[in-house]
Design a protein around this ligand. Structure first.
Ligand code: GLY
Ligand code: MN
Ligand code: MN
Length: 422
């Protein structure tokens, strides 16, 4: 509210309940901006911030308590609970919002609301503004500016508090345990979805009911499809399998990728590619420290990948030229990471103006270089076909450098082979 200024008001709706089919709903998950400010997990809620307002600056609209409905769908906090447990100064039934909100807009110059991100809610903002404009002849000033809250709030969300870091550490720990379980369970002949079952089993055992994003479990050729989520092919002896999966724990995501041999032993070609990606990942992680900029880890990964591709013979030529001409993009076509937090691809600017932003303590990012060599690639010897490798960890920027939150799942060849043999 200090950043917003005293002549303003912010309006943040949570997500709407989404219908899966007919009368079946998707599990509800609050909208991340709303959730980050309120911690409130029920649907049909709107948070309103009115800096400097005498009667109260934080107003939460939510569903009323309803004995009959609560019998079916469980307890609700209600407006009383919103005040008692969520720090609201005032709270009202969500059904009263049309009556109350225009009054809160009176004599505020600026409305913080992100137009376009919630098409169901946008027209309601317009209606409230219309309602207040109708009172202009009575001397009421209506807001003349609608601006996105994102510039302020997303900058706050980018820096994780010690409490948030502890939660993310736990999300990472649970996800690492799930990856270990999948590695141990993997056998040739299994369908990919049985590894998904191992991951989900470990999550739910530990109280996590949701993946942070649809898990990718791709064996052989499927490891080269970046967003593969069918997870229904049979894992073949002699192939690699790539698992990209993470838990959502108390609203925070983990995002881990590991790649390992279905039969527990890397072939020489698989091992060669794997070692290149691993070296690139270490090189990138070493660049995660305060004072370096966002793209330093990516540049380090590109350099190490290109050097490695030349060393094993997948690229030929001068490393500097191959980097300049982006020859590596044939095998590495995505970026090395993204911010991580409540959203898996979390909010926060990557550039300030035209320059990459500097890394600062409290930021969390992924480091996830990969190499992908699908079958039939022109000029690529057959021994490299259907090898897709990505290694992804979640890294916190600390004052001293960094902390790898997802260290609990092995990634060296020897460690992986040992875990799978055990
Ligand atoms: N799992 C999504 C990503 O790695 O970016
Ligand atoms: Mn990622
Ligand atoms: Mn991932």
């Amino acid at each position: 509210m200090q950043m917003m200024g005293r002549d303003s008001i912010a309006i943040l709706p949570t997500a709407s309940v989404a219908i899966r089919n007919r009368d079946v709903e998707y599990p509800f998950r609050p909208e991340s901006d709303f959730y980050s400010l309120t911690g409130f997990e029920e649907p049909a809620a709107v948070a309103v911030l009115v800096p400097g307002r005498g009667g109260g600056e934080f107003i939460l609209f939510c569903r009323e308590r309803d004995t009959k409905m609560e019998l079916w769908t469980g307890p609700r906090h209600g407006p009383e609970g919103a005040r008692a447990h969520f720090g609201a100064d005032e709270s009202y039934p969500i059904d009263a919002i049309d009556d109350i909100l225009p009054g809160l807009l009176e004599n505020r110059a600026k409305v913080y609301y992100t137009m376009g991100s919630n098409p169901d809610f946008d027209p309601r903002i317009t209606d409230w503004l219309k309602a207040i404009r109708r009172k202009s002849r009575a001397g009421v000033h209506s807001p003349d500016e609608i601006v996105s809250l994102e510039h302020l709030l997303h900058e706050m969300r980018l820096f994780k508090s010690p409490g948030e870091v502890a939660t993310m550490r736990r999300a990472a720990e649970i996800s690492a345990a799930a990856h270990c379980r999948a590695m141990r369970a993997c056998r040739p002949g299994m369908p990919e979805y049985q590894l998904e079952a191992e991951l989900s089993h470990e999550f739910i055992q530990r109280g996590v009911r949701s993946h942070a994003y649809p898990p990718i479990i791709g064996g052989g050729a499927n490891a080269c499809v970046l967003h593969y989520i069918d997870n229904d092919a049979v894992l073949a002896d002699g192939d690699l399998v790539l698992i990209d999966a993470g838990a959502e724990y108390r609203g925070y995501a983990a995002d881990i990728t590991r790649t390992f041999p279905v039969n527990g032993r890397f072939s020489p070609a698989q091992r060669a590619v794997y070692e290149v990606v691993l070296a690139a990942q270490y090189a990138a992680i070493a660049k995660v420290r305060p004072g370096n900029h966002w793209n330093d880890p990516h540049d380090a990964a590109v350099r190490a990948l290109t050097q490695g591709l030349v060393r094993i013979g997948l690229l030929k030529g001068d490393v500097r030229t191959l980097i300049r001409t982006r020859a590596y993009q044939r095998f590495f076509m995505h970026r090395t990471g993204h911010w991580l937090g409540m959203d898996v691809h979390d909010v926060g600017d990557y550039k300030i103006g035209d320059s990459w932003r500097l890394l600062e303590p409290g930021m969390v990012l992924t480091v996830e270089p990969g190499l992908y060599s699908p079958a039939g690639s022109k000029g690529v010897a057959k021994k490299w076909w259907n090898i897709g490798v990505r290694i992804e960890d979640d890294v916190l920027v600390t004052r001293a450098g960094n902390e790898v939150l997802t260290h609990g799942v092995p990634k060296t060849v020897d460690e992986i082979e040992a875990l799978m043999a055990a």
